[in-house]
Write a protein that binds this ligand. Structure first.
Ligand SMILES: *Cc1c(COP(=O)(O)O)cnc(C)c1O
Length: 464
């Protein structure tokens, strides 16, 4: 399997090269040159199979030339052993025909663990086989940093540096990044905002000398391997509801469009996905695009679902590539327009193709609270604000008769205690391992918002 760029001008890469590169050299995102198809017989074998078994079957076609089935099998087993729940991603029933897929049983209580745990192992394995090392540098507004640190801690071929805005992440989020003892983990508390952190990281990647010296690598959601890993739970959930004989719809709390694009990929691989609901908060660029065909960025509003407070959805570029018939020139034109004027307008036929599979709903702050409360009253469980937006949007989906819908629960309520207090007037039910973590010593380096200081620190601390 070769990987090609959505902007058509970067070299084609192998799976491992795309994994280590992240972004393509033409600014595009890597996608497989074709979608592997799984037969109905294979899909039937997923009924009753455990998560790791399904993961191996779904993921191997994407990397068959680079990673042996035996090696992948080991990495998958290790990755999902870090989850608290035997089923990894259990499915629980809400009202008739509506299910909640719990993706928050990993080490940092958000769905990003599902992809990060396997991504880190694939990267470490590829680097080790090449006798190479890498320095991961990333900025986080909360969830991604903790998930990346948990996944890369203690790995021999990698040092990881995460920049977060000092005083602007929640206690739980900060402690998930600062309470580890591993020598390859470095947390930098930057005196600035998330945008400052992101600008520092971008500047480091744009410094060709530094990038090469340190073998910088990124793990943000544009990395193909993250999207790939997320396709697996669409298969496990649908198998529990009768796929391949029964089509299934999904509602996905969406920010960067990575998670929901994985649902599109599952459909291209042969899973009968009836409909994909883009669930957004008031930062609703995607819902507006679905309605009007105009993709136009606005100001980001802070909400109780911060992981979806986004105005540019990077992975949407992968869907554009698909609905333009994989026309890299056309995608490049759209992205240039976005860069220059903050907007582009999709063609009518592209919009129709998109609407054939996707719907969208915008759930505001008040509706989010109402859904959180109603789910507690009717089903006896707390849910976090991101998951509530998925549930709210699912109820607005227009579906054929007898098609069940699965809402993705992307974070554990304990991760967002403030929102939980507001909705329920009580503390979140907190898992024991989180309570333990909250009392551990913290390690982090306070640092000013200065590129030279950050680079000096990374040069000093990285082991390569
Ligand atoms: C990252 C995140 C999302 C958004 O996922 P995308 O792949 O960026 O669309 C939703 N909910 C939570 C809790 C997240 O951490």
């Amino acid at each position: 399997m070769k990987y090609i760029s959505t902007r058509g001008q970067a070299p084609h890469l192998s799976f491992e090269e795309a994994l280590l590169a992240g972004l393509a050299s033409d600014g595009g995102l890597y996608v497989p040159e074709s979608w592997p198809r799984l037969s109905d017989a294979t899909l039937r074998s997923f009924v009753g199979a455990d998560y790791a078994t399904v993961a191996k079957a779904v993921l191997h076609p994407f990397m068959a030339e680079d990673v042996s089935a035996e090696r992948l099998s080991q990495l998958v087993d290790e990755a999902y052993a870090s989850f608290e729940h035997d089923e990894v991603a259990p499915l629980v029933a809400l009202e008739d025909g509506h299910y909640l897929l719990e993706l928050f049983h990993g080490p940092t209580l958000a769905f990003k663990d599902v992809a990060m745990q396997i991504l880190a192992r694939l990267m470490d394995d590829a680097l080790t086989r090449r006798g190479a090392r890498a320095t991961i540098v990333g900025a986080t507004s909360g969830d991604t940093g903790g998930a990346a640190i948990e996944a890369f801690k203690g790995r021999d071929a990698v040092d990881i540096f995460i920049l977060y805005p000092d005083g602007r992440v929640s206690d739980v989020q900060r402690k998930q990044m600062t309470t580890l003892e591993d020598a390859n983990v470095h947390t930098l508390a930057v005196d600035g905002t998330f945008d400052d952190c992101q600008a520092l990281v971008k500047a480091m990647f744009n410094d060709a000398g530094f990038r090469k010296d340190m073998s910088l690598a990124g793990v943000n959601s544009i990395n193909w391997a993250r999207v790939m890993a997320q396709t697996v739970y669409y298969f496990t959930a649908a198998a529990k509801l009768g796929a391949p004989d029964q089509p299934v719809a999904f509602s996905v709390p969406t920010g960067n469009f990575g998670d929901i694009f994985a649902g599109y990929v599952a459909a291209q691989m042969g899973l009968p996905v009836a409909h994909l609901m883009v669930a957004t908060n008031v930062n609703d660029i995607l819902a507006r695009t679905m309605e009007t065909g105009v993709y136009q960025t606005g100001d980001v509003v802070a909400t109780s679902s911060p992981s979806m407070d986004i105005q540019v959805s990077s992975n949407f570029e992968r869907l554009l590539f698909e609905v333009t018939g994989r026309d890299g020139d056309r995608v490049r034109g759209y992205m240039d327009a976005l860069q220059q004027s903050g907007r582009f307008e999709m063609a009518e036929d592209e919009l129709s193709l998109m609407r054939a599979m996707f719907g969208a709903a915008r759930i505001d702050q008040q509706q989010t609270l109402e859904v959180m409360r109603e789910v507690k009253t009717n089903f006896g469980m707390q849910i976090d604000p991101h998951s509530a937006i998925g549930v709210g949007a699912a109820r607005q989906a227009v579906l054929p008769d007898h098609v069940p819908i699965v809402s993705l629960a992307t974070a554990h309520p304990a991760k967002f205690p403030k929102a939980v207090y507001e909705a329920y007037d009580q503390a979140p039910d907190t898992p024991e391992r989180v309570t333990q973590m909250l009392s551990r010593d913290e390690h982090f380096t306070p640092i000013g918002n200065h590129l030279a200081d950050v680079q000096a620190l990374i040069r000093d601390k990285a082991r390569r």
